[in-house]
Design a protein around this ligand. Structure first.
Ligand code: CTP
Ligand code: MG
Length: 241
């Protein structure tokens, strides 16, 4: 069974908005609606676990899941202080429900596609772990800081650099095992689940092509960009009908 864990327990500090960014409106629909809608329609996703703040659980049930008839959402559970706490809560719940494969996705990425979901599941069935990613476009620099400010130090080969997105998809036992080792180590300096698998297992994470459009809503200008990308996609779908 393939279970999606949708992460919506963040507070969106960089967005500087009154309501958490996952519940802000994009063309009249909440940010979180878009990924749930794609997953609801996917043949590759059996169930969805929604992870959100305690105080938003009832809102999610009434205003998102019931209102948009996202019947694959089987549980709405509280997240934790850091992203990895929220993932871990989702993982335990998915294990209890009998998941074999888990797909971790940021609710703040509304531009996930059916193609990304099916490619991610296929790659994970073969390799155990996968993430959606894209080659970086800019030159990236390692920097160092001294009393006069920040200075360039070295420049890694751009051909070896990818920007990592979600969904990130794993055989559940592999990811739970990696999380238990992370807990043992006590070193929580990690930003996503592929990093945990890299550090605590021998399994290389397969890179699946994402899209430059698959942005994470993070700062206010992302709202405008995402609204326009979503409008363009709707027009494209209408043309194909
Ligand atoms: N997230 C979560 N639990 C947390 C922190 C983040 O479920 N404790 C989720 C967010 O809701 C978001 C995704 O993880 O969908 C990616 O995190 P990020 O973009 O960093 O969102 P926030 O943490 O909400 O934003 P910020 O870092 O600006 O505060
Ligand atoms: Mg954050």
């Amino acid at each position: 069974m393939n279970v999606a864990i949708v992460l919506a327990a963040g507070s969106g500090s960089r967005m500087r908005s009154d309501i958490p960014k996952q519940f802000m409106l994009l063309n009249g629909y909440e940010v979180i609606y878009y990924c749930l809608n794609v997953m609801q329609k996917s043949n590759n996703i059996d169930e969805i676990i929604l992870v959100t703040k305690d105080e938003d659980i009832e809102y999610c049930r009434k205003e998102i899941v019931n209102r948009y008839l996202i019947s694959k959402v089987k549980e709405i559970i509280p997240g934790g202080k850091e992203r990895y706490n929220s993932v871990y809560n989702g993982l335990l719940c998915a294990k209890k429900r009998g998941a074999d494969i888990v797909m971790i996705h940021d609710a703040a990425r509304p531009l996930i596609s059916q193609r990304m979901i099916s490619d991610s599941i296929e790659a994970t069935m073969s390799y155990g772990a996968s993430t959606v990613a894209m080659p970086v476009k800019d030159t990236i620099k390692i920097v160092e800081e001294n009393n006069d400010g920040i200075f360039g130090k070295t420049t890694p080969d751009r051909n070896l650099l990818y920007q990592i997105q979600t969904p990130q998809t794993f055989k559940i036992d592999l990811l739970i095992d990696a999380y238990l080792r992370l807990k043992d180590s006590g070193n929580y300096n990690i930003t996503d689940d592929t990093m945990i698998v890299e550090q605590y297992t021998e399994v290389p994470v397969k890179i699946v092509p994402g899209s430059y459009e698959n942005l994470k809503i993070t700062t206010p200008e992302d709202i405008f960009i995402a609204e326009n990308l979503l409008k363009k996609n709707i027009k494209k779908t209408e043309k194909n009908c």
